[in-house]
Ligand binder design. Structure first.
Ligand SMILES: CC(=O)[C@@H](O)[C@H](O)COP(=O)(O)O
Length: 258
């Protein structure tokens, strides 16, 4: 049931975003209720908010979760690399969620800048978690430059639309069996998280659906259960769909099939 990233073993497969909560107290309680061991924080936003990353870091440390700084708001590889190096100094971690947005309307990642930045940061010793689309070739290029974990979108950030292209996500899982794959962005409700986990994704990252709910603490718990449930179902092996009815209680034959 565990998830290994490098030499880190995680028991939770639910990564949580920290933006947009009603208060630090609610965020803290949501982290606890989610059972998450990985929380992401936008460094640009932290700095813009008056820059007290030390306080924020202390709060995360107290929760026991690992910090995954992200480069949300970056538009070029150069900008993202600069911010990543700042994040490493400030938060004392090699982990980085790499975001380089290419389109302001959809917040779609720019695949060219993303691969460029990922190459530089991997060479620099970072464990890069790139936020990408579900495009197979882009994902392959990210693996080629040394990423071990990929974070394809389910839908545009903050849209809550769920998994818009399950076929593409299924293809990623089938074609990249050794990569760690995390569905990131666009998940709107726990059923979307179950869907992602049942497809065999290794984890999900959710922010808006938790922080924007009426009760983020309760919603964090709902997602925790959903992620666990989807993973269990995947590991158990989901039955093949049948075109026609198949009697579940045959009138002849043995009571057990094995
Ligand atoms: C917080 C963060 O990293 C977001 O950029 C992330 O992609 C989450 O997206 P949602 O808010 O749609 O869950």
């Amino acid at each position: 049931m565990g998830l290994r990233i490098g030499d880190i073993e995680l028991t939770s497969r639910f990564f949580l975003g920290t933006a947009g909560y009603p208060s630090p107290q609610v965020l803290q309680e949501a982290i606890a209720a989610s059972g998450t061991q990985v929380v992401t924080v936008g460094l640009k936003r932290q700095l813009a908010a008056g820059g007290a990353p030390g306080d924020f870091y202390a709060m995360i440390r107290a929760s026991g979760a690992r910090l995954l700084p992200n480069t949300a708001g970056c538009r070029t590889a150069r900008e993202a690399v600069t911010l990543a190096r700042m994040a490493r100094e400030l938060f004392d971690t090699r982990w980085l969620k790499l975001e380089v947005v290419g389109d302001d309307y959809t917040l779609q990642p720019d695949p060219f800048e993303l691969v460029d930045a990922a190459r530089t940061l991997v060479q620099d010793g970072f464990e890069v978690f790139p936020y990408c689309t579900d495009d197979l070739v882009t994902c392959q290029r990210l693996l080629d430059v040394g990423c071990r974990i990929l974070m394809p979108w389910g839908a545009p950030i903050g849209s809550g639309q769920g998994l818009l292209n399950p076929t593409a996500l299924r293809t990623l899982r089938a074609r990249l069996p050794d990569a760690l794959l995390v569905v990131d962005a666009g998940i709107g409700s726990p059923q979307h998280a179950v869907h992602a986990m049942e497809l065999g994704f290794d984890a999900v990252l959710v922010n808006s659906a938790v922080s924007q709910s009426h009760d983020p603490v309760k919603m964090a718990r709902a997602f925790r259960l959903a992620v666990e449930s989807g993973r269990l179902a995947y590991e158990a092996g989901i039955m093949a769909r049948q075109e026609m009815a198949v009697p579940s209680t045959p009138v002849t034959g043995q009571p057990f099939v094995l």
